[in-house]
Structure formats: C-alpha cells, structure tokens
Design a binder for this molecule. Structure first.
Ligand code: MTE
Length: 389
C-alpha cells in the first residue's frame, strides 16, 4: 500500500498512485494544487493534513478534489443552465442572464461522505477513492441563491425534490451518465443566510477552477459534498429524488452493494460530527512529555447545532483533555483546534473525539458499510514515543 508520504512530492508537484509524475494544466503554476493525488483524470486528491490546518479558510490549492470523470471543457459563452420539471416557467439561462440575480456569499465547509474511508479497511476492504482525513475544506463561496432561480421558475405545489445534473460524462454500466445530486425542496427554497444553497461561480474570491466546477456549481451547506454538483448544466424540479446513479444507488449506507440493499436504503444528505488530528503526522517520533496537537472539527450542519467540546487522550481513553477551539464558529463550517497532552513511553496512539450541542458524538466505532461512508469514530493517530534524554 502506498503511504501518504510516498504519494506526496514537495513544492507543489504531484505523484499519482501509480507513481507517475504529471504536471497540472488546469491552473497557473503559482496556483497549482499542492495535494496528494489518488488519481488524475479524473482528479481525486487531498491535502497534507499539516497544510489543511494552516488557516480557517482553506486556500484553493489545498482544497480536496473529488471528481468521477475528467473535467469537462465548458465554453462560458455557450454555457446554458436548463431549469425544468414541475415548474410553470422552464428556461435555459446563460451566465449573463444568471448575473441579474442578487449575489450572495457564504462561508461553508465541504466534505466528502467518503472522508476517512481508508480507516474502514481494518475491518474489511472498502472500494472507492481511499480517502484519509483530508477530503474536507472550508471556503468562501459566491453566487446566487438557488431559491431565487426557483421562485422565478414558479414551482408547482406538488414539487418535493430538486435534482442537479453536471456536464461531466461518467462511464457507468456500459454507457455515459452525468453526475447527479438531489435535495429536498424545503432545503432548496431557503433563500438567504448560511443554510441557503447557492449556484456558485466563485470560490475564495476567484472564479471556480475547472477542478471545482467552472463555470457553475451548487453549494449546499450542511449536506455531504456529493450534493454540491459541479459543472452544473441542468436543474429539474420533481416530486421524487433524482434517479441518477449517485442518488439512487451510490452515496447510501449499505452492507452489500446489491440492488436490494440499494433499494432499501435512502440517500445520504447530512454528515455527523467529525474531527481529526492534523499535526503531528501519523507515526511521528515524539519524546515523552508535552506534545502539541492541532486538528479540525466539523459540526453536523444542522441549524443551531454547535461543537460543544473536542477531547484528546494519550492513554487509550482513560483520561481526556479538552482542546482549545480556534477562530470563528458557524454551524456550517469547521473549527480548528489545538491541545497539549502529555505522552509517555506507553503511548501508542493519540485519540480525539467530539460532542455537539444536540447530544451527537463521535462513537468509539462506526459499523462497517460497503462503500465506506460517514466514518466518524474516534480519530486514532499512531505515534512512536521515545524517552527524553
Ligand atoms: N459534481 C460533478 N459534476 N461530478 C462529480 O464527480 N463529485 C461530488 C461533488 N460534485 C462530483 C460533483 C463529490 S462526491 C464531492 S465530495 C464534491 O463534488 C467535491 O467537490 P470539490 O472537488 O470541489 O472539492
């Protein structure tokens, strides 16, 4: 197995899992992604954890990328967003016509449902991108409110869900399909504030990069990243969730990947409270005594639900030390934290767990699921401790 370290090369270069060097063409050199690439074309990559906790806002170069197909090449002049389904006024909107809607900006954390997937392998191999704990990032997003576009479209009373379709082309089951997402109409109609879904055209005050969905994507605060559809080409208002593979089959918690389990399980929308240690790195050589740790914690993305505490243990959970929260707090954003704990020659792992204000918590163990989603058990960082002197 290739370790994080082996996959990373210094100074903004990249190595793919097969070990081949390949330069990026989608960004100017100074903005080039500084990530560990699990694959290229499609690009799937996560940052070094030490980079991830440098700032509350994740610079785009350190923001994970999750794509199921190569980036589509989209001509902004020819771009049209189709709005269809259970509405009275279907339309095809150019970027120019979208610019007449009121602009909104919001800060929100995006996280992949598969973040920390690789940890499930200890109990049974899970397929898919072998994410460690970097498939998460917090950015400023700018765009227009989905609700404003839907209001203008005059949604019919029987509408219950809103589907999103990307312009990417994914090979699946012998055919080509787009990536699709779906959210309940009540979420879609939130018109303002931090919970409002956006049709975003900017990330961190710059136009979206091709990796992040240029020219337009949805940004659904509080939902798993899969509902924030990149390269958005079509919105459909419906009385049911989208039949697209990534709603009807993938992104569900199943024990087996068979049609019955898929059919019996509903789409994942939300994520549970989660946290990780970002420094020191795994297997770091530490000296007995005080060690400083940093990391992130993400609340559930439910309005009113906040992180109550983050706790660290250096003795397998006998004693817990509270971490100090750093910087801003919002229900839809992560928080960074730091903590100091004493390690002894007997310390094999550093543990972190977190509790939220609604009583939600990170459990000691999460039941295994076949696609490796929503891993939020206590984060366990292996370390080597040598006696001082
Ligand atoms: N949208 C399209 N069109 N195609 C995709 O493959 N991946 C989804 C979502 N939107 C995807 C997509 C998933 S699984 C995640 S976690 C987020 O995009 C990742 O967004 P990012 O690459 O901007 O970090």
């Amino acid at each position: 197995m290739i370790t994080r370290r082996e996959m990373l090369i210094a100074s903004g270069g990249l190595v793919i899992a097969g070990g081949t060097l390949s330069p990026r063409r989608t960004l100017a050199a100074e903005d080039a992604k500084q990530l560990i690439f699990h694959s290229t074309n499609p690009n799937n990559a996560e940052p070094e954890l030490a980079d991830l906790v440098q700032s509350w806002i994740t610079p785009t170069k350190h923001f994970y990328v999750r794509s199921h197909a190569p980036n589509p090449v989209i001509d902004p002049e020819a771009f049209q967003l189709k709005v269809e389904g259970l509405i009275h006024r279907p339309s095809s909107l150019t970027l120019k016509s979208l610019s007449r809607f009121k602009s909104h900006s919001t800060t929100a954390t995006l996280t992949c449902a598969g973040n920390r997937r690789a940890e499930y392998n200890a109990e049974g191999k899970v397929g898919g991108v072998q994410w460690q704990s970097g498939a998460i990032g917090n950015a400023n997003w700018q765009g227009i409110a989905l609700a404003d576009v839907l209001k203008e479209a005059e949604v019919a009373p029987e509408a219950k869900h809103v589907w999103f379709e990307g312009l990417d082309e994914i090979e699946k089951g012998g055919g080509i399909i787009p990536f699709g997402g779906s959210i309940p109409i009540a979420k879609a109609m939130i018109a303002s504030g931090p919970a409002a879904p956006l049709l975003a055209n900017q990330m961190n005050d710059q136009p979206l990069t091709p990796d992040h969905g240029y020219p337009l994507r949805t940004l659904v605060p509080g939902y798993i990243g899969a509902r924030s559809v990149k390269w958005l080409g079509r919105i459909v208002v419906s009385d049911r969730p989208s039949p697209n593979h990534y709603v009807a089959a993938a992104y569900k918690i199943v024990k087996k990947t068979d049609p019955i389990d898929w059919a019996e399980s509903g789409p994942i929308y939300r994520y549970p409270i989660n946290a990780a240690i970002c420094t020191p790195q795994a297997n770091a050589a530490l000296t007995t005594g005080e060690v400083e740790l940093t990391g992130y914690v993400l609340p559930t993305g439910r309005p009113g639900c906040r992180v109550e505490k983050v706790m660290i243990s250096a003795d397998q959970g006998k004693r817990w030390v509270a971490a100090k929260m750093i910087g801003q707090e919002s229900e839809f954003c992560w928080q960074l934290w730091n903590a100091k704990v004493d390690v002894t020659a007997g310390t094999k792992r550093l543990l972190v767990k977190a509790v939220d204000s609604s009583g939600g918590f990170m459990p000691g163990r999460v039941p295994w699921n076949a696609k490796g989603y929503l891993q939020n058990s206590w984060y366990k960082l292996p370390v080597e401790v040598n006696s001082a002197g």
